[in-house]
Write a new protein. Sequence first.
Length: 697
Amino acid sequence: MAASCCLLSSTATGRLEAQRPDSSTVSLRDSLVVIADRTASPLAASISSVSRLAGDALRVARHAGLAEALGVLPGFSLVDRDGSGLDPQPIVRGFYGGGEAEYVVVLVDGKPMNALESGLMSWDLVSPLSVRAVEVVRGASSALYGDAALGGVINLITDGAGSGGGPRARLLAAGDGLYRAGVVTSGQVGTRRFRLSASGLSADGYRDHGERSAANVGGSLDVLRSEGGTLTFALRTSWSEHQLPGPLTESAIEVDRERSDDFHRFDRTERWTHLASLDGVYQLGLGLELSGALSGDLRRGTGKETLVLAPSIADTKERTLDTDRMGLILKIEVGRGRIPLDGKLLLGLEGSLGSTYSEYASVVFGDRSAYLASDGEAGAIHANGSGRRRAGAGFAQVELFPLPALRFSGGLRYDGVRDEFEPGLASPGPVSRAVHSAVSPKVGVNLRWIESSNTTGNVYLSVGRSFKAATPDQLYDQRSIPIPFPPFSATTSNPLLIPQRGTNLEVGAYQGFALGGGRMTGNVSVAVYQMDMIDELDFDLATLRYVNIGESRHSGVESGVRLSAGRWSAYGNYTLQSAVARAGANSGNSLKAIPRHTWSGGASADVGRRVTVGSDFTRASGAWLDDQNTMGIPPWTRIDVRIDFSVAGTSPFIEMRNALGATYSTTGFPDPSGSGVSYFFPSAGRTLMAGVEFGAH
């Protein structure tokens, strides 16, 4: 592989990229990334902070899945709520939804995967083995991707029907009863190519009441493939069942960090998800390309979840939730050179129609004796209702190249969102409606300031506006919470929520270099950003309700360096996230649960023709539990070590996660009753895993 590809695919890790440069020429212009500007563009010419993981980069996803790979990129902190790292949630640029909402848009081959009701991503939906690349843009991307793209956008690129490649399989076993298997294969029926994948997971969990099972099958088929275009049909079905061990108090963790509180003994979820899509690309001639995607998803699930209202009292409800959604994306691209200044143009339309049906039933409310006496069966339905979300958008993106080393980019998007909720017979009431719209512009410039046989560098500047609408659950969720004063019940939802909006400024650089005639190569990336938000959405523990908290400023630095020389490689990342309230009683305080400092790094070396050893570390510090910044989350550090082999066409591996057995928690929250007790989600101790992969990617 050319040095350009090796240098550009990630600022992450030697463990991530096994490829070695075979040229002393350093060029950042040749590697492409599609996510930042929704069309194929050189990564180093981007006006955003962009990373790409491909090939051996994704081996980091062996244990905990695809989301785990994000942790080695600059800008990402991962929250581990189940203790085993099997359901991580990202924190990016100071945005974190606390497990109830998401600030990162996740796409599979360009189509959104976030849940309709909450915006959360279920990583069980995609087989890790079927993903050949992950493209990430950090920072506000509303100008092209609309609602919820405040922290960034993640695009999972799968093996398409025409991608070729032989069959591959992966098997893994680890401590805490974890077993994972996956297989992917391709073939041809007549002239039509297909791709099939399947994966499964079973785990006992690091903590009591932490069992988890999941299965996923999917495939794609070329309906049409010709010189003029392609038409591909894809289908995916996923099932998962999770027990939820819940948080523990500090005192309980000191006694036994692997236990689960009796309050959470009934907590579990089961979900079925079915997704289908039809994607097409057609060359119209004269440099015009038309592309589109029609997609739909059906999700069915039930779950019991407990809210701890005080150290001695809790409330458990069962929810049944059905969601359906259809979406349409149409784009037309005018190729480079077809408009003045060697430019290109992208025009697009998006629309989606989603519906939800939700019902709640009480399971148990009271102290621990009430929970121990309960059989966990749900009672009669006490609240139900149906909702609809209609969304439409139009967007445009233009790129101009007045000089070979200079790129101007401008984008504009209009979004309209209409929500409606109608209570059912179990909880009659008036129909609620809300209509919101937003205009999101973004402009930027990228300059290649140096290019020679051994170094190349680009700098960029961008400004824009962004927005995020409240999720349907934040607006209309009917879950009731008992309170000790009239009306003796409250809901966390708030139909008066308005979208949060922000103004964004970012400056960054990409720098690649080769030393010693190409014997050592490396790259450096850095981004400095500031985002001023108004009407930011947050969960108020004092009122147990979602609110628009006013104003906040998100600023920080994301930096990464990677070196590679012969038989060894190394990487290091540092991320500073400062998210500060700028209004209200807590003005000047940091927003809760956001780590201020995150470090990651590691190195790997070939110690023989068939053996590679390596180690990686992650450290986070500076996170607060509360808005008053009186209680903090202790800093933590995790170190992993591994050995990879290459034997007769297979790739066995052994890895020790948390090799030093550190005891830590990545997140927590204070007791909402104000007792001063803190709750944490303890993470797993030392865990050994081993596995093998068959077949080449």
